[in-house]
Design a protein around this ligand. Sequence first.
Ligand code: F0G
Length: 418
Amino acid sequence: MTDLSLGGDAPDCADGNGVWLACVECGAALAPFDDVVYRCPDCDGLLEARYADYPTFDEFDGSGVWRYADALPFEEGVTIQEGDTPLYEVPDVAAAADVADVRVKHEGMNPTGSFKDRGMTVGVRVAAELGVGRLACASTGNTSAALAAYGARADTPVLVLLPAGKVAAGKVAQAALHGARICEVDGNFDDCLDVVAELADRGEAYLLNSLNPFRLEGQKTIAFEILEQSRAATGEWPDRIVLPVGNAGNTAALYKAFRELVAAGEMSESEMPTLTGVQAEGAAPMVEAVEAGRDHVERWDHVETRATAIRIGNPVNAPKALPGIYGTGGTAVAVSDDQITEAQRMLAGDGVGVEPASAASVAGLLELRERGVVAADEQVVCLTTGHLLKDPDAAAEAGGDTTAVPADADGVLDALAD
Ligand code: F0G
């Protein structure tokens, strides 16, 4: 039975700041920084960071991810000024969605262009605490770009495993320039994760995929920002947060933020925004699980979508994320690649440039409005997870064509008249 309850006294193994790791399956408690550990040594369950105290909004101070230091395992980390991303109004999307309010939390505005930076600023700080010599991840691209940058900043070597031929150009370029060792694997993302997890188990590298519980601590700050920004903008918290799902790390992280706010007495369970996950039709094991009401996901061996960031068949954080969807009264929905492209164009029409996986959130909102699952009186926030420039090929394909013209004004005007 998954146990995500917070609170209670800190166990003896907690560190001086009242931080420990708990297994979400068997409840075992572990010292946070004595050994390198990713899963429960007893039952192989996922681990979660726990704290003796959970802060209220009053205790947050400063800006960016480290504004929320009281909810994180350290006071500061390896930072490139991540977080503090905009919550945009999006008139075209609002008109199409026809709900009380819709805004876009654009995580593409982070230093390396995706939300992964929030996880890395914390995760790479933990790696320094543990004194590891090499950082590693499997990636559909954005994790590798972020880890490469934060590893470079921390002067720690980085190894990334990418599914060969399936990572968008901008992301590979980032990992290359920031100096990561890039291995292209003959397999999909899930195969890459299997391999890098084995390398980590053998002590060859410190794993910074979202299986690492400290990464999700950083990503939790997305929820804190959405709640603070929404309240500042509309006076209320959103009813619903719609987000793309790959490994389901963000779904798990957002739910953890809500649970902590409940533990701190800031939020009632009924005030938790409903977590609504969106996957591409060709890679939708979470949607399949939610539609069947299951508490586990069955791995898809063959996955395909234009939204390569979420081309994932085995969402490792499902045991934490499914309770988040069920516990907030949320749902999950699959959208086609065409719907994703349409939503990407619609966001672009609002001046917001996102990569395909990000547009899945808006596509999912529109699909659920159409089905009557999302009601007209709802205030909704869609999470857009990565920047347009991450995947320039997809952007160029979704966008308009270029016109060849001679180098004179009349020639340009002639071409425009055609
Ligand atoms: N959106 C983007 C742009 C992503 O890069 C990812 C995951 C997701 C959504 C899904 O988030 O895993 O928390 O459900 N990208 C990972 C990577 C897998 O390797 O960059 P999730």
